[in-house]
Design a protein around this ligand. Structure first.
Ligand code: DC
Length: 232
């Protein structure tokens, strides 16, 4: 008998390596991988380009009015085999990963109408299961009945160090202090917002990866996934 397909929801703090392990697991199980943070980042980029947001203010009404004109899609890059984000047809995969976008995205993600639009799209993507989705509210709001829920965390220092090295590799001119400040600030906004705050679902398995290698983490999660599939 063919294995049943399940939904794997991976939530957690920023820069905990959710997407790294989600991609590995999806590849291994031949599941679809969806990075929901990329969707919020693409909306943030749109708002930045339209000057709806700056360091001090967000013109929420203007953003809400524009929502029907914001189209977000994923497209597989055939060279890497990975999904990349298209914002109104434009590939913005690189631009959405900059610290500039990271600085604004939490405010954008706190807007209920933005969440409503993106969550609807996420439901559609998961309707046939066989999906690994990472974000902040996947196990609590988007797929509360997901067969496997993980909640990833690590110390802010460990997360900022990883993020800093990643940005440096992409030759972004950033300081470690700035990255740490951003990680802490985003956690704060994401966890304290009214709509769908970041929190661990009661039935999610917590994984603190401060002291795990990528491989240890992958093996641990793969085992959990295989068990969840068997029990589905
Ligand atoms: O995972 P990430 O760092 O790329 O996410 C970017 C921001 O988007 C993050 O600060 C919180 C927000 N987000 C969210 O509110 N809900 C999700 N499902 C995914 C991301």
């Amino acid at each position: 008998m063919e294995d049943k397909k399940i939904i794997i929801a991976i939530d957690g703090h920023s820069s905990t390596g959710k997407s790294t392990v989600a991609k590995q697991i999806a590849k291994e199980l031949k599941y679809i991988y969806v990075d929901t943070g990329a969707m919020y980042r693409a909306v943030a980029l749109y708002a930045m380009r339209k000057n709806f947001i700056d360091d001090a203010n967000l013109d929420q009404a203007a953003l809400e009015k524009e929502l029907p004109n914001i189209n977000i899609k994923f497209k597989i890059n055939v060279a890497t085999g990975l999904a990349e984000v298209l914002l109104n047809g434009e590939n913005v995969e690189e631009e959405i990963r900059t610290l500039r976008v990271s600085k604004h995205v939490s405010k954008i993600a706190a807007v209920s109408l933005v969440r409503k639009k993106l969550v609807e799209q996420q439901h559609q993507m998961g309707k046939d299961k066989g999906i690994v989705m990472d974000g902040r509210d996947i196990g609590t709001v988007v797929f509360p009945n997901a067969e496997l829920k993980l909640f990833m965390t690590a110390t802010a220092k460990d997360r900022a160090e990883r993020r800093y090295l990643e940005l440096k590799e992409r030759e972004e001119n950033v300081s470690y202090e700035d990255v740490l400040k951003n990680v802490v600030n985003r956690d704060h906004i994401d966890s304290t917002r009214k709509d769908s705050p970041l929190r661990k679902a009661s039935d999610a398995i917590k994984i603190d990866n401060s002291n795990l290698t990528l491989n240890q983490q992958f093996e641990q999660i793969l085992l959990l996934a295989k068990t969840a599939i068997k029990n589905a």
